[in-house]
Structures are given as C-alpha cells and as structure tokens.
Design a protein around this ligand. Structure first.
Ligand SMILES: Nc1ncnc2c1ncn2[C@@H]1O[C@H](COP(=O)(O)OP(=O)(O)OP(=O)(O)O)[C@@H](O)[C@H]1O
Ligand SMILES: [Mg+2]
Length: 195
C-alpha cells in the first residue's frame, strides 16, 4: 500500500538520486507475438527475400494489405512476391506498378494474384467496379493504399506496414495478422537474413 501525503501537503518530489535509481520505462515497441511481428529489412534485396518467404504460405482468399508512405517499398515487395509465383511455371514478367490501371492480375500456379494500388480510388463504389470483392474470395489479393477501402477491407487481411528508415535503403515492416491463419503465417516466417 502506498502512503498518502497528509491533506494539504504535496508529497516530496523524488531526489535526483532517487530518480536515477528508478528503472527506465521500457520502449513502447509492440510485443513480438505471432499476431504482431516486426521485420527489419536492411536493403531492397532483403525486401525481395521477405516477399519470397511469405509467398509459399499464401492461397486464394488471402488478402495482404500493404501500407506505408510513397516510395516505402510496397510495390517492390508485391513485385517480388508475384514474380516468385510466376517463376513456379517458368514465367517471367515485368510486374509494373498498378498506380494507373489500379489493378493488375496474374495467373500463377498458386492461383490468381490481384495486385491493386488504390491511391487514386475516389470512393467505395469504385471498389465494386474493380471487382475486388470477388477477388477477396477467389484470388490472392495484394493491396497498396488499403485505407482507401475503409470498412470494405476484409478484417482477416494480413497487414504489412512499411516504414523507411531516414533516407537510406532500410525498411521496417510492422506486420499484424487479422485472424488466426494470418498469425500462423507470421509465426512461420523466418527473420530476414535467416537461411
Ligand atoms: N529495403 C527496400 N525495400 C523496398 N524498396 C527499396 C528498399 N530500399 C530502397 N528501395 C527503393 O525504394 C523504392 C520503393 O518504391 P516502390 O514503388 O516499391 O514504393 P511504393 O511503396 O510502392 O510507393 P507508392 O505509394 O508510390 O506506390 C524503389 O525505388 C526501390 O528501389
Ligand atoms: Mg506502389
């Protein structure tokens, strides 16, 4: 029990020495649970390797929400994942950014992959017109700027938030699973740099 200061008297402030002995407040990083993991990607090759590590775990019906500022690496990640899926059948494609077409689709041995960039989406009606709702059920969907969907984004989506480190090539990815399946996928991913 903590002793209260007598009425009208403020408790004495801790001396500088007392303060020095108090434990430091722990950093506020999210806990490394399976539902929430953080990956540090020192360069673009690490981003591509991270995408290739995630790819085998995906199946139609999975939704990956890629957020982060312009130039954060969302397309670089999606391109590596799609090219890895295409390579299963020896296919090679450029995989351009869908920033103007809004959606690009790919047929792969792992199922259809939809790659969307919704930066220019003007309203939820566009989402219907793009056919995204059906894709959420039948394809693997990779979505840049998923915030544009609001409540239309499936709650089960696996969220990957890309954050650039200053002006260098390193990125930090904050990953958050939307359901137990996503959590199992996150738990299975190796740390970048693991063999
Ligand atoms: N670690 C890294 N991961 C990903 N991209 C990196 C990394 N380091 C440097 N880059 C560079 O950063 C840029 C990322 O561009 P990208 O088009 O992937 O961004 P984006 O997040 O899709 O942006 P936008 O919101 O405009 O679509 C590329 O030029 C890429 O070469
Ligand atoms: Mg992009």
């Amino acid at each position: 029990m903590t002793a209260a200061a007598p009425a009208g008297l403020a408790a004495p402030a801790p001396s500088r020495q007392d303060r020095a002995m108090q434990p430091e407040t722990p950093a506020q990083d999210p806990p490394q649970t399976a539902a929430c993991r953080r990956f540090r990607l020192p360069d673009e090759a690490a981003t591509r390797a991270f995408a290739r590590a995630l790819r085998p775990h995906l199946r139609p019906g999975d939704v990956i929400a890629l957020s982060g500022p312009i130039g954060a690496g969302k397309t670089a990640f999606a391109r590596a994942l799609i090219q890895d899926a295409l390579a299963l059948t020896g296919d090679v494609e450029d995989v351009p950014s869908p920033s103007f077409t809004l959606v690009q689709t790919y047929r792969t041995a792992q199922g259809e992959i939809w790659h969307a960039d919704l930066y220019r989406l003007t309203g939820p009606r566009d989402c219907d017109e793009l056919g995204l709702e059906e894709a959420f059920a039948t394809a693997i969907t990779l979505i840049e700027w998923p915030d544009r969907l609001g409540a239309e984004l499936p709650a089960r989506a696996l969220a990957l938030g890309f954050a650039p480190d200053n002006a260098g090539a390193a990125r930090t990815v904050a990953a958050r699973a939307g359901d137990p399946r996503g959590a199992a996928i996150l738990a299975a991913l190796p740390e970048p740099g693991d063999a």
